[in-house]
Design a protein around this ligand. Structure first.
Ligand SMILES: [Zn+2]
Length: 314
């Protein structure tokens, strides 16, 4: 991905009565509203913070009424905080390293860093709290995993033993804006990398790949192959793909994609998939997906994924 993308600040955190010097990061992440450059109003001045380093941001141009057509509105860091490192400010590598077990633990507690042990393979039991609730509300999206030894120290070979999560892409997609700049340590990786930099473009895939990776995809036509249609019949959902690939699809039992809202009506929507790439006839596919390895991105976050999507193509 491009450095331009890395530096672009897609949204700011807006919270009044919070400050970088005295505020709690967990509180900011929990309570702040996310604001795109185009949502800015003048009364937000002084209350906008970077989603990654949490220092103050300003919006350029400052005065909404005087935006010029020659410049697209955007957020920028303040020079005052130049000494605070931020991947959205500099061209520094996107891998995050930690100086001590305390700093890793704190990053996990603050939800700035997520250690993923694995993705859920089976659909979790639904929580039943106070009677019937909408499916979306009740779904368990991650559970505690075992303690994991992670190579996140600043010195070669230095590892830390920290708690991990067995998680789901559904959980990541639900609060996609908050998670977008969080650092994730994925199974088999050597670095904690911001989610925005972990997303691979399925349109760039031209061959099989044994190593599971995190992909973003744009859905096309989806077909249920069953007569009569049943939950265990195959559903194939085709994806936007490289011109060098005949076709590329998500191939699972109907019920898995159906559980995640993917089906006949999702053409044009975006989804995340964690998978290897295998052949499918003369094309490619994602298959053998666990329950947590696929999720539809809520449409309200299209502005974020389209940022990545458009940048990846330019
Ligand atoms: Zn920043």
């Amino acid at each position: 991905m491009t450095e331009d993308l890395q530096r672009r600040i897609a949204y700011a955190l807006y919270l009044e009565n919070w400050s970088f010097e005295n505020g709690s990061r967990a509180g900011l992440l929990k309570d702040a509203e996310t604001v795109e450059p185009s949502d800015y109003s003048k009364d937000m001045k002084g209350h906008l913070f970077c989603p990654r380093c949490f220092t103050n941001l300003s919006r350029v141009p400052h005065d909404k009424d005087h935006s010029t057509s020659s410049m697209e509105a955007h957020f920028k860091h303040l020079p005052t905080y130049r000494h605070i490192g931020c991947m959205l400010r500099s061209t520094q590598g996107s891998g995050k390293k930690y100086s001590s077990i305390e700093s890793v633990s704190q990053a996990i507690d603050n939800e700035e860093l997520v250690i993923i042990n694995s993705f859920m393979q089976d659909k979790p039991e639904q929580r039943v709290v106070g009677g019937a609730r909408p499916f979306d509300e009740a779904q368990i999206e991650d559970v505690d995993g075992p303690e994991s030894e992670v190579p996140l120290g600043q010195h070669d070979g230095q590892t830390f033993k920290v708690p991990s999560k067995i998680t789901s892409l559904r959980g990541i997609c639900r609060n996609f804006d908050k998670n977008y700049y969080r650092y994730y340590f994925l199974p088999g990786n050597q670095h904690a990398i911001a989610l925005t930099m972990l997303l691979n473009d399925a349109r760039k895939v031209t061959e099989e790949d044994d190593k599971p990776k995190l992909y973003f995809v744009k859905l096309q036509k989806s077909t249920h192959h069953g007569n009569p249609p049943g939950p265990t019949n195959i559903r194939m959902t085709f994806l936007e793909k490289s011109p060098h690939v005949i076709d590329f699809c998500i191939k699972t039992q109907h019920r898995l994609q159906n559980d995640h809202g993917i089906g006949d009506d999702t053409e044009g929507r975006y989804a995340l998939v964690y998978s290897s790439v295998t052949s499918n006839g003369i094309g490619l596919c994602f298959k053998n997906l666990g329950w947590g390895e696929i999720a539809l991105i809520p449409e309200k976050y299209n502005y974020l994924i389209e940022d990545v999507y458009n940048a990846a193509h330019s």
